[in-house]
Write a protein that binds this ligand. Structure first.
Ligand SMILES: NC(=O)c1ccc[n+]([C@@H]2O[C@H](COP(=O)([O-])OP(=O)(O)OC[C@H]3O[C@@H](n4cnc5c(N)ncnc54)[C@H](OP(=O)(O)O)[C@@H]3O)[C@@H](O)[C@H]2O)c1
Length: 275
């Protein structure tokens, strides 16, 4: 296996291979279990799922049982905003995954001020529920995902989480400054949608096949994300083993992208979205 760059997932202290697997869409594939096994066999040691990703926790539970051990860090999420709801979701995740403790449990998609306020209520919010699960030894670390930069700022300032999951890519470069702020506070930063999401990548793959892609390739998009020193782990989604192997090859060859090249790929991403 090639030498793969490891990064520390902020204050969790977990050492993670800098490219993991986002398992949101993986179940929607005839090669679902093969994809997860291929990811782990290729060296990925961080896999993201959620209660809300249909079939995803079940898929990971199946793979863990097939391997006879848990040989990667598992991160899942709850859409519950209440303490009781979050605790119920932790119990369900443990049972579906077939594990005794979950490395990282995240509040899912806290992207409005209302969701934020409800979730962090000291007595009744989902964060309080995850803290109880942590005290019971069911959850090691607590994180949160957001699609909103204002909420991201509140998350960073709150100092209440170990990790944050954020949308960042050449298509969404505006998160860069807050990723730096999160990194300065020692939050682990998990980059979701690092290659721009499945709608874009299916068009991109057609362009690559026709030799028209220019700099917009999954490998370059991942290099762009990994070039941010605050990004702890990027989690490209994948439904096929060939994709996870390609993404690991990108990491094996990784060298930080020069700033000029970063500006070039952002311009190509803007042109892609405008076309
Ligand atoms: N917390 C949240 O609210 C939230 C929201 C969105 C996503 N996420 C997380 O972020 C993860 C990734 O997000 P995403 O899947 O929406 O976006 P993404 O990772 O930017 O894009 C996924 C797409 O990229 C394609 N792809 C990946 N590697 C490739 C390669 N080497 N060559 C060609 N195509 C490649 C995949 O193809 P195939 O599927 O065909 O293999 C898939 O269509 C999710 O799985 C989830 O864990 C979290």
């Amino acid at each position: 296996m090639p030498d793969l760059q490891m990064r520390r997932l902020g204050r969790t202290g977990l050492e993670v291979v800098a490219i993991g697997l986002g398992a949101m869409d993986t179940p929607h594939s005839p090669e679902a279990t093969a994809t997860v096994h291929a990811a782990i066999d290729a060296g990925m040691n961080f896999i993201d799922t959620a209660r809300d990703y249909a079939g995803s926790e079940y898929l990971l539970g199946q793979v863990i049982r097939e391997r006879g051990r848990l040989d990667f860090h598992v991160a899942t999420k709850t859409f519950a905003r209440s303490a009781d709801g979050a605790q119920r979701d932790v119990d369900r995740s443990l049972s579906v995954l077939g594990v005794e403790v979950i490395d990282l449990y995240q509040l899912h998609d806290i992207s409005t001020p209302d969701a934020w306020e409800r979730s962090i209520d000291e007595d009744s919010g989902a964060l309080a529920g995850l803290r109880i699960a942590q005290l019971r030894g069911l959850v090691r670390h607590i994180g949160v995902s957001t699609h909103n930069l204002e909420v991201l700022r509140l998350i960073i300032e709150s100092d209440a989480f170990d990790t944050v999951m954020v949308d960042y890519s050449a298509f969404a470069p505006e998160s860069a400054a807050l990723i730096e702020a999160a990194h300065e506070r020692d939050l682990g930063v998990i980059v979701m949608r690092p290659v721009g999401g499945s709608g874009r990548t299916s068009v991109m793959r057609g362009q690559i096949d026709r030799g028209e892609a220019g700099p917009l390739t999954p490998a370059n998009l991942l290099r762009y994300v990994l070039s941010h020193p605050g990004a702890s782990v990027a989690i490209p989604g994948a439904r096929y083993p060939s994709r996870v192997r390609e993404n690991i090859d990108t990491l094996a060859d990784f060298m930080p992208m020069p700033v000029e090249e970063q500006r070039g790929i952002e311009a190509a991403a803007r042109a892609f979205d405008a076309s």
